[in-house]
Write a protein that binds this ligand. Structure first.
Ligand SMILES: [Zn+2]
Length: 108
């Protein structure tokens, strides 16, 4: 069995970063820092910020799910096989792109 310890460690570190980012974003999105300003310009800016934060939030949650899916596959021993041809994906490719589900030949 291939050794994915290094990839797993890197992913766990990334997961911690993403989790912190999601917490920070939901804090901002909940407007924990105070009520919405009565000033229209500021309101418009706040709405734009919310859209940016919302997009970041969606991206972060997608990252989070992707990383946990990879970690689950590593734990289950199903990680690192091409979903098309069933061959083992080279570790170098997985290091570069941990969420890769296909070998280079099949992904091309
Ligand atoms: Zn393949």
């Amino acid at each position: 069995m291939a050794d994915y310890a290094e990839i797993k460690l890197a992913l766990e570190e990334r997961l911690a970063v993403v989790r912190t980012r999601i917490q920070a974003l939901s804090h901002d999105l909940r407007r924990a820092d105070g009520p919405i300003s009565a000033d229209f310009e500021e309101q418009a800016t706040a709405v734009e910020n919310d859209e940016v934060l919302g997009a970041l939030d969606v991206a972060s949650r997608r990252d989070y799910l992707e990383i946990t899916a990879v970690l689950n596959r590593i734990a289950a021993g199903t990680y690192g096989f091409c979903e098309r041809c069933g061959e083992r994906i080279p570790v170098a490719r997985l290091r570069a792109m941990p969420s890769a589900r296909q070998c280079v030949a099949c992904a091309a």
